[in-house]
Design a protein around this ligand. Structure first.
Ligand code: EPZ
Length: 424
């Protein structure tokens, strides 16, 4: 398995281009199942998760053709020949569950493997199933699969009240509702920018949706959806990750295409810690306002709150900030696995349940560390940029799921970083 070596101590200067959002693309791709006409996505990120979703859609009979070196995904679901999402694919990528709603809406039946847990938590899908049942679906859980059937006349509009905010369940319900007969209301819906992007794409396909980006979304079902071309929204998590690089290593970096409105709560926290963030037409430019960084408290919440997907990266920054910071992880039950690895680098972190207290140290020290999940792995690279000496991050396949060309992007602003190909 490949590893990445980072040698810290060098300030960063230059521009990092930000790709299209992985978590938008992973819900936009299953939307192709809702129409017999082609759906084309531009500004698609080139990531292993996108290739996995392509394989899943192809196994259902869809055609996915990456064009322009993968930046464009030309998809067509004219003739589907399957309704089954196998455990082999689903266990590798939880987002596979997002084919359930579209298959039910288009075909009236689907057999989708339950995703199982993952490193950061149990991550059940009960809210996805409850939403589809509210539209008349009959769901039978057996041998690790959801066997789903729509009523004879197809899904019907229904009222869905989510007891807690779920991005994926909102996405599944929103896609299914576009073809359900009648009106569907989603209450306590997720408000993430990726939901707004999905709604815009569905509307371009002829869906009738109102309220996306708020906690109440209303959908008037239509008989069919037509094709469309849609540009994937900028990846706010990649953006926030690289905004932290000049803060942790020093220097000034511009994030190409960066938009502050995608990350307001995150920007407020890093400014409280001592960052200067400037927005202009080219993107966001970030640097330390006056040298030292100050400790700040952070609590992760559904959008528009501080994103859980930036918690690990923020922890890396706070390891070298002056004072004591308290990070509270309110979304997932086990999302501090990066903490012991940062401690190996000399960080001072005390984890008690869903709360981590970080006491800033003068300098981190390079060390061999291990990536455990996508966002934890990039937090270790950020820490390596600030550490004295060399840090070797192993199991970087986690990184390839969510960060396109991370070595090239950081090298492009002066970081001393290289990927070591394993000969296994
Ligand atoms: C999406 O996951 C993202 N993934 C995650 O990003 C992100 O961390 C998460 O939203 C929260 O923002 C994609 O978009 C592909 P949820 P999702 O349903 O939809 C519980 C990354 O690093 N829950 O909003 O699975 C769940 O256990 C990934 O890019 C239920 O209890 O997240 C969690 O505690 C990691 N029942 C909370 O809700 C359900 O049916 C939020 O989960 C569904 C969720």
């Amino acid at each position: 398995m490949d590893s990445i070596n980072v040698t810290g101590g060098r300030a960063l200067e230059g521009t990092i281009p930000i790709a299209g959002a992985k978590n938008a693309c992973l819900t936009l791709m299953p939307a192709t199942l809702l129409s017999e006409e082609p759906l084309t996505l531009t500004n698609a990120p080139r990531l292993s998760d996108i290739r996995t979703m392509s394989r899943l859609l192809a196994s259902l009979g869809a055609e996915v053709s990456p064009l322009s070196d993968g930046l464009v995904l030309a998809m067509s679901s004219h003739a589907l020949n399957g309704d089954r999402a196998d455990y082999e694919i689903v266990r590798k990528m939880r987002a596979s569950i997002l084919v359930l709603g579209p298959l039910l809406a288009r075909l009236g039946h689907a057999v989708v493997s339950l995703p199982g847990g993952c490193a950061i938590g149990a991550r059940p899908v009960d809210l996805h199933l409850r939403a589809l049942e509210a539209m008349g679906a009959k769901l039978d859980l057996r041998d690790g699969y959801v066997h789903a059937k729509a009523p004879a006349g197809g899904l019907r509009g229904g009222d869905v009240e989510f007891p807690l905010v779920s991005v994926g369940a909102t996405e599944n319900a929103l896609m299914a509702a576009t073809l359900a007969r009648g009106t569907t209301r989603l209450r306590n819906a997720a408000q993430e920018p990726e939901i707004v992007d999905l709604a815009r794409c569905l509307r371009a396909m002829g869906a009738q949706i109102a309220g996306e980006g708020t906690s109440e979304i209303e959908v008037q079902g239509v008989d069919r959806l037509h094709g469309a071309t849609h540009r994937v929204v900028t990846d706010r998590i990649e953006l926030g990750t690289y905004m932290l690089a000049p803060l942790i290593a020093g220097g000034e970096v511009t994030l190409g295409g960066g938009r502050r409105d995608l990350l307001e709560a995150f920007c407020e926290r890093i400014e409280a810690a001592g960052a200067e963030v400037r927005q202009d037409a080219t993107g966001l430019t970030v640097r330390r306002a006056n040298g030292a960084l100050r400790a700040v408290d952070v609590a992760t919440e559904p959008f528009p709150g501080f994103p859980t997907d930036l918690q690990a990266q923020m922890m890396a920054l706070l390891c070298t900030a002056e004072g004591k910071s308290v990070l509270e992880e309110r979304i997932f039950e086990n999302r501090f696995m990066h903490a012991p690895e940062l401690v190996r680098m000399g960080a001072c972190i005390d984890v008690q349940g869903g709360q981590a207290t970080v006491t800033g140290v003068e300098r981190l020290r390079g060390a061999p560390v291990m990536a455990t999940d996508l966002r934890a792995s990039v937090s270790l690279i950020l820490a390596g940029l600030a550490a004295e000496g060399e840090t070797t991050v192993s199991r970087v396949y986690h990184l390839d799921r969510g960060y396109e060309h991370v070595v090239a992007k950081l090298r492009g602003v002066g970081a001393r970083i290289e990927r070591v190909r394993a000969n296994d």
